[in-house]
Design a protein around this ligand. Structure first.
Ligand code: AMP
Ligand code: ZN
Length: 112
């Protein structure tokens, strides 16, 4: 398996751990776009949001729950953003489903 995020999950590529449980792992983005920029990934390899199947519905919910838990721990009381880039037009560059949790500054809208 050549997937970089699978290697981060199994520890063969180093990362800065933020949160983990039996279903997901969260770590600091290597090129942060905000004071807090955390990636949340399922431990199992799923290529993208577009590749999710019905049996993964609860896992998708769990990833959102994890994002909210992490945000609460980071005291992002002024708000934050959760982003799932999907596919070419969505700007996805790593083909392992991941949530970006961004916070610590005011984020503009609409995105580019
Ligand atoms: P995306 O463009 O949505 O696929 O996001 C991929 C993200 O992975 C980018 O924000 C990258 O900065 C981040 N990234 C790539 N390699 C690493 C790594 N080794 N450790 C942490 N973050 C990474
Ligand atoms: Zn993977």
């Amino acid at each position: 398996m050549s997937c970089i995020f699978c290697k981060i999950v199994d520890g063969s590529i180093p990362s800065t751990a933020i949160y983990e449980d039996d279903l997901c792992y969260a770590f600091a983005d290597i090129h942060p776009q905000a004071p807090e920029h955390i990636l949340i990934v399922p431990r199992e390899h799923i290529a993208s949001m577009a590749d999710c199947v019905q049996s993964e519905r609860s896992l998708l919910g769990h990833l959102l729950w994890a994002a909210a838990e992490i945000a609460q721990g980071k005291q992002l009381a002024k708000g934050y953003r959760v982003v799932i880039n999907t596919g070419e037009d969505g700007g996805q560059t790593v083909e392992h489903l991941h949530l970006h949790l961004l916070g610590g500054r005011s984020l503009s809208w609409p995105p580019g």
